[in-house]
Design a protein around this ligand. Structure first.
Ligand code: G3H
Ligand code: 13P
Ligand code: NA
Ligand code: ZN
Length: 304
């Protein structure tokens, strides 16, 4: 059934496991991650960015997500807005039936972040909708030369959680979005996760958590792609973060790469094919395989 994200995350904290939050933009991705959840018996966090909502003109994405829930009534499923930017995008998502929203006002001043987040919490909680907010800026610890990376400050986190009443908090511990995170094995502030978690007592969220597996990049490049080398977040770092208080782990890039590699393979090996199902089916299967890997590695498999 559709459940608030808070329920999934509270169970994860109690059970000592993490749950992948997987980004979707289309039918194949939604089918793939729900098939994965069904197969490995994992709770499911389906998340859509503002870009995903725009791409699907809102209503299509809503009905695709609802279809996933209708088809898998036994799976606890949260529909989550990823990186909502203001109260309007949050209201739109809640009107569509989302059970969870992120308000990311972390690029504003601290006071403004508190004000905007509190407004969203007060609004969303009337509907039983979970709220995630963010403190700090994402970016590699060792590779940032701009000086703009701000890891989450524990004292500020305590004040933020108390003042806003937010349900879960995205922390900046050295990860960043996309396929080109780090030049080498990254240094992440796992100790900071523990420091914050011990003091705020709400589930923490890790963004930018794709591992950017070499084999996915190699498959893309083998079949005509041109993705430069880069390192992602090792699964072992995510597992350490989960032990220290992270319950929601955001993954988008690895799913994108999996689908693209599978489609490129069909195009390269079977250039006579032109029925979209001939390449979208393998694309869908590749997303499902990635989703199963994450659910198993983060520990949510078996907990639906
Ligand atoms: O946080 C970013 C997610 O990967 C979503 O990306 O805004 O391109 O849909 P997007
Ligand atoms: P990746 O780019 O590492 O997959 O991160 C996705 C994310 O954080 C979405 O909010
Ligand atoms: Na931020
Ligand atoms: Zn993110």
């Amino acid at each position: 059934p559709l459940v608030p994200l808070k329920q999934i995350l509270d169970n994860a904290i109690a059970g000592g496991y993490g749950v992948p939050a997987l980004n979707v933009n289309n039918m194949e991705a939604i089918q793939a991650i729900s098939a994965a959840a069904k197969k490995v018996k994992s709770p499911l966090i389906v998340q859509a960015s503002r870009g995903a909502l725009k791409y699907t003109n809102l209503i299509f994405l809503k009905h695709l997500m609802m279809a996933a829930s209708e088809e898998n009534p036994e799976i606890p499923m949260a529909l989550h807005l990823d990186h909502g930017d203001n109260i309007e995008s949050v209201k739109t998502a809640i009107d569509l039936g989302f059970t969870s929203v992120m308000i990311d006002a972390s690029h504003h001043s601290y006071e403004e972040n508190v004000r905007i987040t509190k407004e969203v919490v007060d609004y969303a909680h009337q509907f039983g909708v979970t709220v995630e907010a963010e403190l700090g800026t994402l970016g590699g610890i060792e590779e940032d030369i701009s000086g703009e990376v701000q890891l989450t400050d524990p004292d500020q986190a305590v004040d933020f959680v108390k003042t806003t009443g937010v349900d879960c908090l995205a922390v900046a511990i050295g990860t960043s979005h996309g396929a080109y995170k780090f030049k080498s094995e990254p240094k992440l502030a796992i100790d900071l996760v523990k420091t914050i978690s011990d003091r705020v007592h709400i589930p923490l969220v890790m963004h930018g958590s794709s591992s950017v597996p070499i084999e996915l990049r190699e498959q893309i490049n083998k079949y005509g792609g041109a993705m430069p080398d880069a390192c992602g977040v090792p699964i072992s770092a995510i597992q350490a973060a989960v032990k220290n208080g992270v319950a929601k782990i955001n993954v988008d890039t690895d799913l994108r790469m999996a689908m693209t590699g599978a489609i490129r393979k069909v195009f390269a090996e079977q250039p006579d094919k032109f029925d979209p199902r001939d390449y979208l089916r393998p694309g869908r299967d590749a997303i499902q395989a990635q989703a199963e890997i994450k659910m198993t590695a983060f520990g949510s498999a078996g907990h639906a």
